[in-house]
Design a protein around this ligand. Sequence first.
Ligand SMILES: Nc1ncnc2c1ncn2[C@@H]1O[C@H](COP(=O)(O)OP(=O)(O)OP(=O)(O)O)[C@@H](O)[C@H]1O
Ligand SMILES: [Mg+2]
Length: 315
Amino acid sequence: MGVAVKIRGLVKKFGNFAAVNGLNLDIEEGEIFGLLGPNGSGKSTTLLIIATVYKPTEGDVEVHGHSVTKSPDEVRRLVGIAFQEPKALWVDNPYELLVWHAMVVGYSFLDARRAVREIMEELEIWEHRGKLFSELSGGTRKKVEIAKLFLQKPKVAIFDEPTAQLDVTTRHKVWDMIEALKEERRTIIVATNDMAEADRLSDRLGIIYKGNLKALGTPAELKDRIPAGDVMEFSIEGQAGEHLLAALSRALNTERVNLTNGTLKVYVNRAEEKVAVAIETLSKMGVKVRSVSIKEPTLDDVFFYFTGAQLREGR
Ligand SMILES: Nc1ncnc2c1ncn2[C@@H]1O[C@H](COP(=O)(O)OP(=O)(O)OP(=O)(O)O)[C@@H](O)[C@H]1O
Ligand SMILES: [Mg+2]
């Protein structure tokens, strides 16, 4: 599989402020790519450039080989975007809006009406079809916005915070629908601040911070890159002194070992490979282990780590 979206030296300035600041990134054909980053880090700006809504200040983006600066019309045929903030066009009820959108992306009038009804029923917004856009709840507006992409099924589908504001049942449904789009060999980009969503959906993740890429990899790879990000927790019986902590620290090659109220915590990488050595060391020193648990870092921890915040203690 090739590269679907190739971002090179991308800069976007608003006045003197660089919202995107020299971004390089390849998004592979057929993957679900999660874009993470703190508020204001440039996620939406980047997506709007890929979708040709904004022009780059410097650098370029190619979508299946077509440049957003040189051939934006070609790019528009390949890309669809569901905006973070849904806006109504001049057509102001959801049904008309979606039928109009479906026809713009190539459906016949009859097919458009059939497909729109189907998707509105699936997202449980059919009953709202005749309301004014301005009367819709936030979640319903969001559903109308993402419905556009499920109708269009573009080669590159961009979802900017697809499930913000959606109830938990609909969130799961939308995740399933996004995965079904991938099965139809679409490339999908999802910007999100929801770590559960990113973890569940993404084949690979990019974390951007102040308009620059800070980390790139699969969720599992990024979790492994946090130094001593796993915690092994032992509930122990008997005396344990400094010499025990020192022995563990040596055996497991980690500085971070601590004991409070009979709970021993050891911070390592790849805990699953080290737990046996830890238990052996403890038993050699005459310490009885009552229970063991391993906690891997969550994507929250990954996010904190790569955006410069501290890992939470006491996990
Ligand atoms: N049209 C604009 N004019 C001026 N500044 C803008 C404009 N659009 C975005 N910005 C600024 O660019 C920066 C990046 O914004 P962007 O919307 O890309 O962030 P984001 O990562 O999507 O954040 P969020 O998580 O809040 O959606 C912000 O500081 C924002 O204020
Ligand atoms: Mg945004």
